[in-house]
Design a protein around this ligand. Structure first.
Ligand code: NDP
Length: 317
């Protein structure tokens, strides 16, 4: 064991794979692994660093968790901890940055094409051996609005431009405004959405963004528009969304993330014909990539240098 290396707790359902990778990449300190909150509570004492996904904030509030100084999320979001008062202020939170944009932009473009080319209708016609000819639409000239112009939103913007779409964007500040044809800030949601053919939500979940896509915003969406949420379920008022989708069958929602995951079997969203549900897979975390990212950050941590992907606890992202 290398005593200069901080003790690490890995909290993940793929904890063993993470452990093998980071050991292969040179970690020689004390490593514990946990897959459930109960296992984590048993192993946390003495751990200085946690590498994990959805790490319960109760771990940090317990006396055994007082040794923790840094938590590295295995994903791009760490909202459950960033927004929690139970996580002591000196604990540094880091997330993965710059690894998801391209793959998530493919997801978004894939479902925009599915919607725009009416692929569901074509598949149904084929299944019933029906020659259902129609004039197929194009994404060219359609208006996409991307809410959240960070590492993920920026890649969605780039791919939308390749399809010659008009690109609107919404972010907290104005420094990302040059990325888009028209820029909006958080006080301008209804103006932002009213002309959009596609609304893509790629925001972090913070105290400011929770349920930001509310009844008023949804009602302002233009007829036939398509909403794609790849950010977090809590960004959208789910009850209001279900109501709008029921009242306005011409709207479509493509949802990768939900307030409660996995989505309850009795959730009305499953039944709605104008909804596409995917199980939080638009931005996959790959164990080798995350392990490399973590080990590079661990190197900085040991040297006392600033880490990559630090979450601003005041902003919440
Ligand atoms: P970034 O931090 O790079 O970007 C966040 C963007 O959101 C910024 O443009 C920021 O504005 C904007 N923003 C933040 N708060 C507000 C607000 N109150 N009003 C308007 N805009 C706001 O994040 P990423 O692009 O890396 O990731 C975004 C989110 O995507 C993650 O937090 C995660 O929840 C989700 N995600 C989902 C995955 C999945 O599998 N579905 C996988 C990976 C990520 P500004 O530019 O002014 O700072």
């Amino acid at each position: 064991m290398d005593r200069n290396m901080p003790e690490i707790l890995i909290y993940h359902n793929e904890a063993q794979q993470y452990a093998s990778h980071i050991q292969e990449l040179g970690y020689k300190g004390i490593l514990r692994i946990a897959r459930t909150p109960e296992e984590a509570a048993r192993h946390i004492e003495g751990a200085e660093v946690i590498l994990g996904w959805n790490v319960p904030d109760s771990l940090l509030a317990a006396p055994e968790g007082q040794s923790v100084r840094w938590i590295q999320s295995t994903g791009a979001g760490i909202d459950n901890l960033a927004n929690s008062p139970r996580v002591p202020a000196p604990v540094t939170l880091t997330r993965i940055v710059d690894q998801y944009g391209r793959v998530m932009a493919e997801y978004v473009l894939g479902y925009m094409l599915f919607h725009n080319k009416e692929m569901k209708r074509l598949l149904e016609a084929q299944q019933s051996r029906r020659w259902d000819g129609f004039r197929v639409d194009t994404l060219e000239g359609k208006i996409i609005g991307v809410a959240g112009l960070g590492s993920i939103g920026a890649e969605i913007v780039a791919k939308a431009r390749a399809f010659h779409m008009q690109v609107y964007g919404l972010s907290r500040g104005t420094d990302k405004a040059p990325l888009v044809d028209r820029h909006f800030t958080s006080g301008e949601w209804t103006d932002f959405v009213k002309q959009l053919d596609y609304l893509v939500v790629a925001l972090p979940l913070t105290q400011d963004t929770r349920y930001t896509v509310n009844q008023e915003v949804l009602a302002a969406m233009k007829p036939g528009a398509c909403l794609i949420n790849v950010g977090r379920g809590g960004l959208i008022d789910e009850k209001a969304l279900i109501g709008q989708l029921q009242q306005r069958p011409e709207l479509t929602a493509v949802l990768d993330v939900f307030d409660r995951e996995p989505l309850d079997r009795d959730n009305p969203l499953w039944e709605l014909p104008n909804v596409i549900i995917t199980p939080h897979l638009s931005g996959p975390s790959r164990v080798p990539d995350v392990s490399r990212y973590f080990m590079a950050n661990l190197d900085l941590y040991i040297q006392g240098l600033p880490l990559r992907g630090v979450v601003d606890r005041i902003r919440g992202y």
